[in-house]
Design a protein around this ligand. Structure first.
Ligand code: GLU
Length: 552
């Protein structure tokens, strides 16, 4: 039995040759310099914030160059597959507004001409290339079971040699055709291994897009390329896929750097053009005073989902990640406050070589700016959509009176320097809840606690009583404030804080304290939006009601 016969014996159903497959995946018609990138998650968990970071880079590189960004599900490790994982990836991508041009979608329909985009659905494609490697004597079946592999490792350990299946240790590399024949006859399961031409004495060199010049020993391991269940290993599958799908640039975590000798070797042996690789250091977070990597298991904020649940707009997360991708982004943003982030050009040479620090306080600040730029209607829409998923009480309140809620969000918004108070939709209840009677009534009992301790509650009630008497909703801001001042003077308050400070014993407080009492009466809080604006939005009936409630 020669190699070709062996290949045929192992893959009798595979008739196509590599050139047939290659010609059915024609080169993409893209302009010079257009990059084709991909996001290739394994459905073994959930999308992390670091995953979003890497994906955003891939998406930007493709789209800013007029190329293609696609999604490929790398599900060769069927044992580690977690149910719901693909759904989590799709959902997290859509939350951030990172839209692949091709690949699986939430509706279950795949888009794109280079599919299928799920590795387990591509088995017969991989088999074509594996059959060809066997026929060319570059791969072979290995029948070693777990015990035999362990024995090899034990011997290597005793001899203080590198562990693994390579060189003279790769015992089935040297089986005669007759031996292969008789192993096959027993029906023993087997894997296909690459006959590695590499030697640890030689080194490979390549230029990483992020880390620069890299030198490593060649791979000499006869790695498994096809598992006994007929599914290839990730290493092999990705090489075939990246070739057929026309990937030009691969951006991924630097935990993959160690696999580079294997990956480059596979591309070379298969006769494929190597993509360019960029390996990213992991995102870091602060833990007390020291920096560390995110832990997928222990840190809830490692999951992209966390940011959605908290109510950060996807655009805020993306906006913040852009500042981590290229440090000149912030400067650009300052000069282009309104421009879409996609007008910024990501530069691979300006990327963070050591792990970028993901600072949640910075995210909060950026998100406040992002939300401050939205219209009241948009704030309403986003908050209601978030509440529909995470806070039904808030949702019901907002939907009960959309006009009122929008008017509330409008306060301090359509001005030159809009308020920067909301960082995430879950802040809305806390920041604006007092506008809504249900919440106000709940906190009203505690309302008087918000009064300055030195203020006798009888005096506070007197202020509110006077205010209610003189209140005319037609008053403009100035006449309204004139009346507040008059009440203060009438009740012996100092006309300003400065006067009060000179002789504090002479006054019960100053005019600011009078306004504070009104604020507390109307909201149960000491910190609120502008009192006059607030009253205008609350409307006369609500205001009079709350004043009455306060007087008791
Ligand atoms: N499927 C791999 C992972 O989930 C991706 C590796 C790559 O991008 O080449 O880590």
């Amino acid at each position: 039995m020669n190699q070709t016969e062996l290949a045929h014996r192992l893959f009798p159903a595979i008739e196509r040759l590599p050139e047939d497959v290659l010609s059915s995946y024609p080169a993409r018609k893209l302009k010079e310099g257009a990059m084709v990138t991909r996001f290739g998650p394994s459905p073994t968990g959930f999308l992390t914030i670091g995953g979003i970071y890497a994906t955003l880079i891939s998406e930007r590189l493709a789209h800013q160059s007029g190329g293609v960004f696609y999604l490929r599900i790398e599900d060769t490790d069927t044992k580690r597959e977690v149910e719901g994982s693909i759904g989590d990836f799709l959902q997290a991508l859509s939350y951030c507004g990172i839209d692949p041009d091709e690949g699986p979608t939430a509706s279950g329909v795949e888009t794109g001409e280079y599919g299928p985009y799920k590795q387990t659905e591509r088995a017969s494609l991989y088999h074509v290339f594996i059959k060809d490697l066997i026929a060319r004597g570059l791969a072979y079946p290995c029948f070693c079971d777990a015990d035999e592999l362990q024995q090899i490792r034990d011997k290597q350990q005793a001899a203080k040699l590198n562990p693994g299946y390579y060189g003279e240790w790769a015992i089935h590399r040297h089986l005669t055709p007759e031996q292969v024949e008789s192993e096959l006859a027993t029906g023993k399961p087997f894997v296909i291994r690459l006959k590695s031409p590499g030697s640890p004495d030689r080194r490979i060199k390549y230029t990483d897009l992020i880390k620069g010049e890299i030198e490593m020993p060649e791979n000499d391991q006869d790695i498994v390329i096809l598992k006994s269940d007929g599914i290839p290993t990730y290493h092999f599958a990705h090489a075939v896929d990246d070739c057929l799908m026309g990937t030009t640039h691969v951006i991924r975590g630097d935990d993959w750097l160690a696999s580079i000798p294997v990956h480059l070797q596979l591309f070379d042996i298969l006769g494929f053009r190597r993509p360019e690789y960029g390996h990213l250091a992991p995102l870091m977070k602060m833990d007390g005073t020291s920096k560390r990597k995110f832990s997928k298991r222990k840190d809830p904020d490692a999951a992209a989902r966390y940011y959605q649940q908290e109510g950060y707009p996807g655009t805020s997360v993306k906006e913040y990640l852009m500042t981590l991708i290229n440090s000149n982004y912030e400067e650009w943003r300052m000069s282009q406050p309104e421009a879409p982030y996609s007008e910024f050009r990501v530069d691979m040479n300006k990327m963070n070589v050591s792990g970028a620090l993901f600072d949640s306080n910075k995210l909060i600040d950026i998100s406040k700016v992002v939300i401050a730029r939205l219209s009241a209607d948009e704030v309403f829409e986003h908050t209601a959509a978030w509440a529909a998923a995470y806070d039904s009480e808030l949702e019901a309140t907002l939907l009960a009176d959309r006009k009122y809620a929008t008017a509330v969000f409008q306060i301090g918004r359509a001005v030159e320097k809009p308020r920067k108070d909301i960082a995430k939709w879950s802040n809305v209840k806390d920041l604006y809840g007092y506008f809504f009677d249900d919440w106000f009534n709940k906190s009203a009992a505690a309302g008087c606690d918000a009064l300055p301790a030195a203020m006798p509650s009888e005096l506070a009630k007197q202020i509110v009583r006077e205010f209610a008497l003189t209140l005319d909703f037609q008053d403009d801001r100035d006449s309204w404030f004139g009346k507040v001042k008059a009440i203060g003077e009438q009740l012996g308050f100092a006309k300003d804080a400065k006067t009060f400070k000179k002789n504090p014993e002479q006054y019960p407080g100053h005019i600011g304290d009078v306004a504070m009492i009104l604020r507390v009466a109307l909201t149960g809080r000491t910190m609120t939006l502008d009192l006059y604006d607030m009253m205008q939005v609350m409307g006369e009936a609500r205001v009079r009601n709350r004043l009455k409630q306060f007087i008791g």
